[in-house]
Design a protein. Structure first.
Length: 117
């Protein structure tokens, strides 16, 4: 069973930055496309950023130019660098495998990001 552990969330002022990290306990991590998702209160979970096994990236329009996804296959980690944060970025952030926009495994606990002054 794959375990996903997210960390790095917190409270930040508008315009600030945070770096999220996710560690995945699975073998052959390098062959999987990965993604960060988020779920804001009262809203559906959405895909925020994805990175393929060969490091191609894609972003939701709402975060393009502000967020950067990266991966370290040696450590089985995927990171999300977030800058110029806005109150509307407030959500619980999750990582998961990206099977064509569909998560591959059970969700981890997520990490809360709150953007507020």
């Amino acid at each position: 069973q794959v375990q996903l552990v997210e960390s790095g969330g917190g409270l930040v002022q508008p315009g600030g930055s945070l770096r999220l990290s996710c560690t995945a306990s699975l073998s052959r991590f390098s062959i999987y496309d990965m993604a960060w998702y988020r779920q804001a209160p009262g809203k559906q979970r959405e895909l925020v950023a994805g990175i393929t096994f060969n490091y191609r990236t894609n972003y939701a329009d709402s975060v393009k130019g502000r967020f950067t996804i990266s991966r370290d296959n040696a450590k089985n980690t995927v990171a999300l660098q977030m800058s110029s944060l806005k109150p509307e970025d407030t959500a619980v952030y999750y990582c998961n495998g990206n099977g064509g926009g569909t998560p591959r495994w059970n969700w981890g606990q997520g990490t809360q990001v709150t953007v507020s002054s």
